[in-house]
Design a protein. Sequence first.
Length: 256
Amino acid sequence: MTTSTLKQRVLAGERVIGAMILEFFVPALPQLIKVAGADFVFFDMEHTGITLETLKSMIAACRGIGLAPIVRVPATEYHFIARVLDIGAHGVMVPIVETREQAEFIVSCTRYPPLGRRGAAFGVAHDDYQGGSPAEKMAAAHSRTLVITQIETPKGVENADAIAAVANVDVLWVGHFDLTNFMGLPGQFEHPAYLAAIAKVVAAARGHGKGTGFMALDERWGKEYLERGFKMIAYGMDSQVYQRALAQGIAALKQK
């Protein structure tokens, strides 16, 4: 029985839900996330102090449980993108993507020659330390690797169609806080200009058969953005989910 990869599910237009992790990099977390019903987990390198060594352990904890580990790298640089794939990530999210040229470079870092520039290392974490044909391993990596470009600036929105047109860019992900900041509308998520921008991103992705992604801080946001056409949703941030649940419990116990 063949199991579809996260990439295949996203490109088929399925709804996939996962978690965004910025704080709780502990061994039990992937299994807890999977049991909660998630399809994927994001480990964030952009806004955290996580090292590649810790990240490698977190990705290893996802192995064999049906949870796809994705890493948000801190910048559009080869050594970040290729190395997180080598330690076993099933995909990468890259922040502040603004042009077709950037998108093409990102994709090239995820593909082996002649399709790209990813360096070869086999019998390591990304192929479960197994032997076998390098050609088959490269094909499997290409089939599995999910490439997510974050649209977070007016320039990125302007070029969303060109970015979505790049082969093997799989998802356009709206970075809503940064987008409103760069638009001069910090936190104004109901502003008509912001809503028009996200609608343009969704249209660009749909026009090229690509996925759309968003991080929803709560259930209301998640449902709203699903209705707006987003199919890949990261629910909350780990620290906020924990803090909110803890606060609710403490408040209930303090009631007289």
